[in-house]
Design a protein. Sequence first.
Length: 79
Amino acid sequence: MGSNAFLPQLKNRDVGSLRRERDRRDEVSDERQQILLALRAHRGNKAEAARSLGGMKRTTLIYKIERLGIRPEDYETKA
């Protein structure tokens, strides 16, 4: 084993692919934040939140909530 055996294998990845990966993470983070804001503004009402996000279908919003790992405790307010 060489001295670099435990280093991540970054030499096969170019700068462009690293930037695209970073941009994708930022995009997902932004989308997650927008969805959380809409859900909070509409007190968890997914149909209203979806409409406020540009006329998105409720089922699309539910898919995105699941894909982004958004949980009710992330947007429900305590009364």
